[in-house]
Design a protein around this ligand. Sequence first.
Ligand SMILES: Cc1cc2nc3c(=O)[nH]c(=O)nc-3n(C[C@H](O)[C@H](O)[C@H](O)COP(=O)(O)O)c2cc1C
Length: 503
Amino acid sequence: MDMGQLSDIVVGLLEILSFLFIFAIGIGILWVLVLYVHDKMQTESTLKRNYPVIARFRYLFEHLGEFFRQYFFALDREEMPFNRAERSWVYRAAKNVDSTVAFGSTRDLRPTGTVYFVNCPFPTLEQDAIEPGAVTIGPYARQPYTTDSIFNISGMSYGAISIPAVKALSAGAKKAGIWMNTGEGGLSPYHLEGGADIVFQIGTGKFGVRKPEGGFDEDKLRAVAEHDAVKMFEIKLSQGAKPGKGGILPGAKVTEDIARIRGLEVGQDAISPNRHPEVDSIDDLLDMLNYVRDVTGKPVGFKAVIGAYGFFENLCKLINERGPESAPDFITIDSADGGTGAAPMSLIDNMGMPVRESLPLVVDILKKHGLRERVKVCASGKMINPSEVAWAFCAGADFVNSARGFMFALGCIQALQCNKNTCPTGITTHDKKLQYGLDPANKAVRVAQYAKNMKKEVGILAHSCGVAEPRLLKRYHARIVLDNGRSVAMDELFPEPEVKAAE
Ligand SMILES: Cc1cc2nc3c(=O)[nH]c(=O)nc-3n(C[C@H](O)[C@H](O)[C@H](O)COP(=O)(O)O)c2cc1C
């Protein structure tokens, strides 16, 4: 081919390209005109009617803002529910990379409610530090459960989270020696795959252990308990993010597998009732606890967000009337600001007590009634960094559970889409394409490293306070800033009651 032919071809191509370009511009202008007329004529959106076409960018930017503000605009301590500093600590702990920070704290220690710990002039030497001891839960159950873990995986159902996420949590929990709660979606093979200790949650829908017409299917309950890995049962009364509302799994997330495990129709919204229909009083609650313990032989507790805490006084009185064997083996106190797969905003924002207040109150009520040793206390709610976990031990918890901390360990970027099927990190979606990036083997290591580094750094706080392990932390080790700018020791805000003689 000579130069003349080549230049003819190039000229020809350029002509086609310029034609396509002009054609595309023409189509574009036509499209804008159609949108303009549509926006002007429609009556649903005022903005679009007043600012045709241009107003559409608002929706685009609003949507993109959710993703971009965390990278470009938000300060380290600014975002909700978790700011960048909090999330970064989890990411670093999960990757087991250096978790030190430089220059100075970016945390403002002045706002009301800020917690700081009081360092001991003579901190605990490394050689004097001890590991948290083993705790036995359910001394009256046929098979009590003993564990030395202090920080565990809170309930997230298979359904709310994906198969690779459940697998990674289960294998990670096993590596770290911690327990994993199933959440209210029943027990799946993926929970069992990693070999971790499992707490089976009985939600108000009783998924996995119910008769089709409602109520317990005793055979199914017994079958769950026959798994060695299932160590305890947790009856869910309520959850911090949505007290008074049952689980909500949108139909988009109810796959064939999930429908089979839960006993539902594919694609149908899984809405569980507001409460267990048969539990209408503290008598009923103790009856159900004892029924499940009798059938399964394993420790049984309940999970609740605290609202009307007169309930706990009455519960403790009834337990003492019936005898200590009738008591729940543990209670999980969830915070009003806890997380969820899906909940109405009015409940997420406004209902129930934050754990900051409810945990010390409940611990004190148990103490007052001589039940503190009998009933173990788990606390959950936004405790994803060591300082919050250490605070919970100061307040009197035996264990701390976290859901969203472990989601961050799995790679969650706080995209706030758990209620859709579009989670970009594959954790809360059943879209296989989105799950592709979540490698269970890799993420199991991160889950385990997060749990181990959490335990290590809560230990560092404890040693700085002068005690040998986290469960020896006391209320006087934490101070809380009041609205006059001064801080007060937690034991002054929540004075511990006299312990009943029986204890
Ligand atoms: C995706 C997701 C699913 C959840 N599913 C359940 C559930 O099935 N049952 C339950 O009791 N709590 C459920 N929770 C609440 C957590 O167990 C926990 O109580 C709450 O999130 C507080 O812990 P966090 O602040 O560490 O997340 C879920 C939370 C999330 C984020």
